[in-house]
Design a protein around this ligand. Structure first.
Ligand code: GRF
Length: 210
């Protein structure tokens, strides 16, 4: 569905980087299609050729690019190829959605304050790849997803949005994951919308919504 840009608003091309099933990518595709996010998904990049996210992109008519890390000498060389492809499509926002690779300092420099990530726990708690399981095992009563800007440290950059999810007595990693994911699919499109509308202002560690 077409959308109208507000006066003075510049169109933003976004790129989504994925390694897995791509449920967040799907939520973003749906939000662009409905006009909720006034942007274009210019490219979906994956480091795994079997990522289901690629099927979702193709079905939506979004261009895809698969790069095999084994074909590159270093992390930076891989990232240089990604950045080259993003620049060629005039990408102004990079969205990490289950992308299972650390970005090099080169990538972060090139897209400083223009890379977002979603983490399935309330940062700074439970960083790393097991945010759901770690929260459950620790025994916290509330957890939930965090959308943040990416900087040189893992799961560390300024926080854009968070949403609380209560942990129930009988939760398993699977039931909790389902509820956290449902919130992810709401707050990621919301954060992207705020960015492309120019409404996020970074002040040190704080992100103000203007
Ligand atoms: C999400 O749980 C997200 O928090 C984490 O990776 C997962 C990606 O899931 N960073 P999907 O591929 O979007 O379904």
């Amino acid at each position: 569905m077409p959308y109208e840009l507000r006066k003075g608003q510049k169109a933003v091309n976004i790129s989504v980087l994925c390694s897995g099933s791509g449920t967040n990518l799907q939520a973003i595709i749906d939000s662009v299609r409905s006009g909720y996010i006034p942007a274009k998904i210019a490219l979906v990049v994956s480091d795994r050729k079997d990522a289901f996210a690629l099927e979702r992109a193709k079905k939506a008519g979004v261009e895809t690019l698969v790069l095999n890390p084994k074909d590159f000498r270093s992390r930076e060389d891989f990232d240089k190829e990604v950045v080259k492809n993003l620049r060629a499509r005039n990408v102004g926002l990079v969205v990490l959605a289950g992308f299972m690779r650390l970005l090099s300092p080169y990538f972060i420099r090139e897209y400083r304050n223009k890379i977002m990530n979603i983490h399935p726990a309330l940062l700074p708690s439970f960083k790393g790849t097991c945010g759901i399981k770690d929260a459950l095992e620790y025994g916290v009563k509330v957890t939930g997803p965090t959308v943040h800007f990416v900087d040189e440290e893992l799961d560390h950059g300024p926080i854009i949005l968070q949403r609380a999810v209560e942990i129930k007595e009988d939760d398993t990693p699977e039931t909790l994951l389902e509820r956290v994911h449902a919130e992810e699919h709401r707050i990621y499109p919301e954060a992207i919308k705020l960015f492309v509308e120019g409404r996020l202002k970074i002040e040190g560690r704080r992100v103000r919504i203007i």
